[in-house]
Design a protein around this ligand. Structure first.
Ligand code: URA
Length: 275
């Protein structure tokens, strides 16, 4: 394909109807979700060509701007994971929550909400029933819990799919806070888990987008373990630096309210075409 690729979004059924019928504050209370930034539905293939489904948890500031799931640091790590398996195009990613979680434990508090599960299960039905997806990988316990709720509603189809529940890719930093020793240890444990999953998936996944030797993680994540977000996953006209394995959006503010209301978007220095 020549020229720039882009994702036109959920323009075909059943996704076109699903995105028109998304829930708002009646299901996602503004006290616990950043509903003001709008819903974020997916990233990847909605045309029936996905072979792997990724379930993340909740979008952050990069996702709020790009309007696609998993494009920031967590997304680049997930993309790197898929890339190790030669899955560079045939995937679809969704999150357990449509909106970014606000406040500590808000995700846990709403993990079992029936209305949230109802809408999410409509997406999962659309993606997983009558589809070639044979592996579903969840990143984070809320993501796995969301899949559990779907599995209970579709046990027959669920029994045909390989489910892998993995640690959320930015958990080491979140859990270790400012303690580098704790972060390093959590990272090592997580990557050990990822390696076991990669070996299992590599043995079981069928056709890949690219044939490659499986290269496992070391004790820490390196730049080579991240992958850029494909242009084909982003909306029309997305700047090239939205794909880059560098941060470009930050919540900024002196007060909680100001920070909630403000996302500063900055072209990364190394990617400024005028410099
Ligand atoms: N983490 C997730 O689980 N999902 C996103 O979309 C972004 C970060």
């Amino acid at each position: 394909m020549s020229g720039h690729e882009f994702d036109p979004g959920p323009i075909s059924e059943p996704f076109a109807t699903l995105v028109r019928e998304y829930p708002g504050t009646e299901v996602y209370p503004a006290k616990h979700f950043r509903v003001e930034w709008g819903p974020i539905f997916h990233r990847g293939r909605l045309d029936g060509t996905a072979r792997v489904l990724i379930m993340g948890q909740d979008p952050g500031q990069h996702e709020s701007i790009a309007k696609r799931c998993l494009v920031g640091e967590a997304g680049q790590r997930v993309q790197g994971f898929l890339s190790k398996l030669g899955i560079t195009r045939s995937y679809i990613a969704v999150n357990a929550f449509l909106y970014s979680v606000f406040g500590q434990n808000s995700g846990e508090q709403h993990a079992d909400d029936e209305k949230i599960a109802e809408y999410r299960n409509r997406w999962l039905d659309a993606l997983l029933l009558d589809s070639p997806i044979d592996a579903v990988i969840s990143f984070g316990h809320l993501a796995d819990g969301a899949l559990d709720q779907w599995r209970n509603t579709q046990p027959a189809r669920a029994a045909e799919i390989l489910f892998k529940a993995l640690t959320h890719p930015t958990m080491p930093e979140a859990a270790g806070k400012d303690d580098p020793v704790k972060v390093a240890s959590a990272m090592k444990t997580m990557l050990h888990q990822y390696n076991a999953a990669l070996q299992e998936l590599d043995g079981k996944l069928g056709e890949r987008d690219e044939q490659r030797e499986l290269v496992l993680y070391g004790d820490t994540i390196t730049q080579a373990d991240r992958a850029t977000i494909p242009e084909a996953d982003l909306p029309l006209g997305a700047p090239s630096w939205w794909s880059a394995p560098l941060p470009w959006a930050a919540r900024v503010g002196k007060t909680v309210d100001e920070k909630r209301a403000t996302v500063v978007v900055t072209v990364p220095e190394s990617l400024r075409p005028w410099e």
